[in-house]
Design a protein around this ligand. Sequence first.
Ligand SMILES: [Zn+2]
Length: 266
Amino acid sequence: MPIPVPLFLTMLGILGMLLGSFLNVVVYRLPRGESIVHPPSRCPQCGHRLRPWENIPVLSWLILRGRCHACGVRISFRYPALELLTAALTVLVAWELGWELRLIPALLLTWALLALTVIDLETQLLPDRITKPGILVGLLLNGTALVHPGLALVSPQEAVAGVVLGYGSLWLLAAGYHRWSGRHGMGGGDLKLLAMIGAWLGWQAVFLTLFIAALSGGVVAMAYVLAGKGRDYAMPFGPYLALGGWLMLLWPQQIIAGYLHWLGAG
Ligand SMILES: [Zn+2]
């Protein structure tokens, strides 16, 4: 029996909020080298251990009016914000892809890209602890196409080529930039992130991911320069790669068509 669409999307929205709550833990603890499962959530100020009712995504923050129940310290709006954003993206991905097996890899990739984006914005790092397993899981998921086609986003061959092209293309760009300017422009994390996107979405998606990243990153960099911020400001590139990969996950046909149209018009 098919599940009614509103119920299905509501369930996924709740799942997204719970995942967002987990992502809050990941983006805080992972760059600090802490375990993401232990200890249980605590108030960063007083160490008060959150009871279950204080740990409900979004709701608890609203009920407690953004304060710790024990010490009253203000709890940043970014916690419920990330929970709401995760829920919104989860529902959007499900809405676009529908109730299919490949919704599972699509959501896993969405959550991983979101975690990497937040971590890169805050710390200028893309942790190996996400990108390396991310490459492996992407290859394994697409490898299941050898047995059953349902779960894979692309063929295993396209996924392997995606890793090589993703890592290689950025490596060449970074090496060329270094030669030309004598400076290091990109971190190794960016290379692994694009390799990861290639592992999940195949080599075809790598080029347009890079194109979208360069375009959107370029616009933001330009805005920074116009706003008078120095050119020495090191802008993280990971969020733009993540954005490009995520858009290629959801709307590959439309983006390819738009790109070809733009080439023809130019
Ligand atoms: Zn507290």
